[in-house]
Design a protein around this ligand. Structure first.
Ligand code: ADP
Length: 299
């Protein structure tokens, strides 16, 4: 599967430009689209699933222009929208059975097998007779992914699936996606939660204010801030000045002040030990320095 997004833009009716000249290549495996709230992620996802028309540009899916093959491309896609809802009158099993019928599995026996397999896969078999609207938040999200992957679509698009989940459910959901990525599918995961972008993502992109700021592997992303993450100790009276000048990531108080981790191009005005960056550091580095292009203020 090969998705090529070319010069894509979206201007809403109120003249708000949500996407500007977005270019991305997405192959098989899990692709993480990371960006703060309002970056344009949902807009991009909705265009991909043909719910929204772009204002300019094109998306090619296996060399087919989406604008000319909407139906065909749509049939290859499973989608979990950010505001996923379902009919309250259906039980979990019935809901998935309905989704399977919509996905074109008309043979009842085959549908039963597929639904039971999916219920097992997302850990909902035990609650299959519970009304879908009575499930917990995490279970609802798992039912959401189950309906997105019914009928084995080649492309699975999940928009902010872990928002509002507790850590245990978040991990569970990530594991379902990781499991799915072992198969021959393209998963596009949009998120504002850095922790969702795991080693399972073969490629990722950073979207900020409607523009792609970075695209590459998570380890390339880490490289952005290599040598720019520092651990240092500050006195109580210095803390406010550090907070104002630098993005401070962690703060651990002790008897004389704080041990902090901060991001700065150089340790010019403090005594810092460079530490190994993680994805959260890289994200903050990008948003605070690269995106704002304020790096010269700190050099
Ligand atoms: P994200 O998913 O990254 O949070 P969205 O794609 O939902 O971002 O929104 C991007 C921007 O576009 C936001 O500023 C949002 O307010 C705006 N936006 C979204 N939908 C519409 C719409 N229908 N009309 C006008 N502006 C919109």
């Amino acid at each position: 599967m090969d998705i090529s997004i070319r010069n894509l833009s979206k201007i809403y009716k109120n003249n708000y430009q949500a996407l500007s000249d977005v270019n991305l290549n997405i192959g098989s495996g899990m692709f993480g689209l990371l960006g703060p709230n309002g970056a344009g992620k949902s807009t991009l996802m909705k265009i991909l699933v043909t719910l929204l028309e772009p204002s300019g540009g094109e998306i090619m899916v296996n060399n087919m222009p989406l604008s000319k093959h909407r139906k065909e491309v749509r049939s290859m896609i499973g989608y979990l929208p950010q505001d996923f809802r379902f009919f309250s009158k259906l039980k979990t099993y019935e809901f998935l059975d309905y989704a399977a019928a919509l996905a074109g599995i008309s043979n009842r026996k085959q549908r039963k097998e597929e639904v039971e397999r999916l219920l097992e896969q997302v850990g909902l078999f035990e609650v299959r007779n519970r009304y879908a609207n009575k499930l917990s938040g995490g279970m609802k999200r798992r039912l959401g992914i189950a309906q997105a992957i019914v009928g084995e679509p080649k492309i699975v698009i999940v928009d902010e699936p872990t928002t509002g989940l507790d850590p245990e459910e978040r991990i569970r959901f990530r594991n379902i996606l990781a499991d799915l990525s072992q198969r021959d599918v393209t998963i596009i995961l949009s998120t504002h939660i850095v922790g969702d972008i795991s080693s399972t993502c073969t490629q990722m992109a950073l979207l900020n204010e409607g523009k792609i700021g970075f695209t590459g592997s998570p380890s390339d992303f880490l490289q952005l801030c290599q040598g720019k993450v520092w651990r240092t100790h500050v006195r109580f009276d210095q803390m406010a000045a550090f907070n104002q000048k630098y993005p401070v990531i962690t703060t651990i108080p002790d008897a004389t002040g704080y041990e902090i981790e901060l991001i700065a191009p150089h340790a010019n005005d403090f005594d810092g030990e460079a530490i190994e960056p993680n994805l959260e550091h890289a994200y903050v580095y990008f948003i605070e320095y690269e995106a704002k292009k304020t790096i010269e203020n700190y050099v």
